[in-house]
Design a protein around this ligand. Structure first.
Ligand SMILES: C[S@@+](CC[C@H](N)C(=O)[O-])C[C@H]1O[C@@H](n2cnc3c(N)ncnc32)[C@H](O)[C@@H]1O
Length: 245
């Protein structure tokens, strides 16, 4: 299901044009990997870029990057182009990316999988077009068994918005196992994060009001002849059952 209409709602557009565009707007967990993976000349793809705030954040860390942002909301992309004409923005879905294999050094995607049930297809595409890193966030619980999806009304700055989107939490081991079977096998999977209550508006809907693990994952793409995947998930407050293979 496309949520283009929901994310084009004027309150959503307005929120992302005023927030999430400075380093100080980031959650601490979002500042762990991003500055470490950026390097001069890096080709970056930002999936679900909204009005381009992460272009400004990334160039604050590393001014010399070649940035492409994609979003399914035409209105968000129009605003991104007018704010940052020096970057490249396209209206397109995270599924079936219009790029060759290995086109980008870093594929970045934040605050998308918490509203996108089909994370697997999108993550696989992001991995395909990356030649080095995929950096993304996802909400996890241990022992959930299968993905949990509920529906909630998005709110910005405390104001209810007439836009209903899925709220998605995934099983921690299932996500790790999915990543470990990607081809070519990842060189490394690293994570950081913390438990936090689900968004208030989701808790008011039919989502159980409990803490979920706000997880940031860094995948390092391997090559055809790679050895076992290095797992570095100790910084997450979840014990994973997967092992290096
Ligand atoms: C919650 S906002 C996050 C914006 C930004 N990444 C951030 O973290 O501040 C989600 C954005 O992702 C876009 N989006 C959601 N699903 C998408 C998909 N399947 N493909 C491309 N963009 C998507 C929405 O249009 C929206 O602009």
């Amino acid at each position: 299901m496309s949520t283009a209409k929901e994310w084009s709602n004027p309150s959503a557009i307005d929120y992302y044009s005023q927030n999430r565009h400075e380093i100080s707007d980031l959650y601490p967990s979002e500042t762990v990997f991003l500055p470490r993976v950026l390097f001069p000349g890096a080709k970056v793809l930002d999936v679900g870029c909204a009005s381009g705030g992460f272009f400004n954040i990334m160039r604050s860390y590393e001014p010399n990057i070649e940035y492409t942002g994609i979003d399914l909301s035409e209105r968000a992309v129009e605003l991104a182009i007018s704010r940052y004409p020096e970057a490249r923005f396209l209206v397109t879905e995270g599924f079936g990316l219009p790029f060759e294999d290995d086109s980008f050094d870093i594929v970045h995607c934040t605050s998308v999988f918490n509203n996108e049930p089909n994370y697997q297809e999108m993550l696989q595409e992001m991995y395909r077009v990356s030649n080095r890193f995929v950096l993304t966030d996802i909400r996890l619980l241990k022992g959930l068994g299968k993905q949990r999806e509920s529906i909630y009304n998005i709110q910005f700055n405390g104001k209810a918005v007439e836009a209903t989107v899925p709220y998605v939490v995934n099983d921690a081991d299932e996500v790790a196992e999915f990543i470990l079977q990607l081809k070519p096998k990842p060189k490394a999977l690293r994570g950081t994060g913390y438990f936090h209550q689900v968004a208030k508006e989701a808790a008011e809907a039919d989502t159980p009001n409990e803490d979920v693990c706000m997880t940031v994952l860094l995948l390092q793409k391997g090559d055809l002849y790679g050895g076992p995947t290095t797992l570095d998930l100790k910084d997450l407050p979840i014990e994973f059952s997967v092992s290096e293979k």
